[in-house]
Design a protein around this ligand. Structure first.
Ligand code: FAD
Length: 308
């Protein structure tokens, strides 16, 4: 059976979620593969996660626009072979408005209706000063406006529970979010975080500022604690000491690492559920196992298991 056939068959069957999961909206994020092996792994992960009926799946845009074609190829295949709604990430880095507009039009042409609009990081790397490309979109808000002017797209944007590293304070950070919403963004997906109080505090600030779009928590199941901690340092996401303690001594014990990671992510999403959160965006890292397990704990079941 073709991959696409499996997916269409599964998601056709509605009523596929257990009762307490009825109000849940989940989405999964993938990155475009660099090699044939990685490509196989990506599509296996998609095939495993799609029967959980995500609201959408998104595909990232490599730093500096380096994956322009590969992102497009994955998204176009999702449109062609599945009935899930893909969202294409897009950044402003290193490209003129004309070039970025071409990418937006190519998405419209292949039936993509949802774009995750981002400024992106400087080509020199996170931490260096961001300089917009000559004649390019200057930031996320500017890009949202451009996308909305070119078609009837749903546009999601980023949000930072611990503020973006370039924001001097929360007021400035939330002002940037407001500009993105005013330009037409209808959903924000957060940077990953591990302390739910930080997320809740951030959402309260956003609501007090009169911004009422969904602020969907970005959940990162930890596949490799060391790599995650390195990456977090560059994105402004804090890694609490209690989290480091839980992974202590597990560098060479992948099995226990996996079990601990699943338990931690499950605790985080259960706690967010108790705080009234119904929407979750999973950073899958192109691996299905942890995201699948957490969704199972949230009460989600694949279509065929429900029917049987
Ligand atoms: P913006 O929201 O435009 O701005 C971020 C910050 O920059 C602002 O908060 C502010 O501090 C400062 N800033 C921007 N404009 C101004 C201004 N005019 N004046 C003063 N300050 C300003 N990166 C990728 O390369 N590819 C991806 O696919 C990708 N996907 C992501 C998905 C999510 C959900 C998230 C949270 C991040 C993602 N990123 C991705 C990372 C993102 O590109 C970086 O965090 C980048 O540094 C900021 O992009 P942004 O869209 O958040 O920027």
């Amino acid at each position: 059976m073709e991959l696409g056939e499996t997916m269409n068959h599964n998601t056709e069957r509605s009523g596929r979620r257990s009762q307490n999961a009825d109000r849940l909206n989940i989405s999964f994020e993938f990155f475009p593969p660099k090699s044939k092996d990685m490509e196989d792994g990506l599509w296996e992960s998609i095939e495993r996660l799609v029967p959980l009926s995500p609201n959408f799946v998104s595909v990232t845009y490599g730093a500096g626009g380096s994956t322009r074609e590969r992102t497009h190829d994955v998204v176009a295949r999702l449109v062609k072979e599945t009935d899930i709604k893909p969202a294409a990430h897009l950044t402003c880095v290193g490209a003129s408005r004309v070039e970025v507009n071409e990418v937006i039009r190519s998405y419209a042409d292949c039936g993509v209706k949802h774009i995750v609009a981002l400024r992106g990081d400087p080509a020199e790397g996170v931490g260096s000063r961001y300089v917009p490309h000559d004649g390019g979109y200057v930031n996320g808000a500017d890009l949202v406006a451009g996308i909305r002017s070119l078609g009837d797209f749903e546009v999601s944007v980023s949000a930072y529970p611990e503020k973006h590293p370039e924001s001097p304070d929360f007021a400035m950070d939330i002002e940037m979010l407001r500009q993105k919403v005013d330009a037409g963004a209808t959903r924000a997906i957060t940077q990953f975080f591990f302390d739910n109080d930080l997320y809740e505090g951030y959402v309260e600030r956003v609501r007090r500022a009169g911004i009422f779009i969904p602020i969907v928590p970005g959940i990162l199941p930890i596949h490799n604690f060391k790599q995650m901690a390195n990456f977090a340092g560059r994105t402004g996401a804090s890694v609490p000491q209690w989290l480091a303690n839980r992974f202590e001594g597990l560098d060479k014990d992948p099995e226990t690492h996996r079990l601990v990671a699943a338990a931690i992510a499950a605790e985080q999403v259960q706690d967010l559920r108790e705080r009234g959160i119904d929407d979750f965006h999973f950073y899958t890292m192109n691996r299905a196992n942890l995201s699948y397990a957490i969704c199972h704990l949230l009460g989600l079941r694949p279509a065929l298991a429900q029917v049987a």
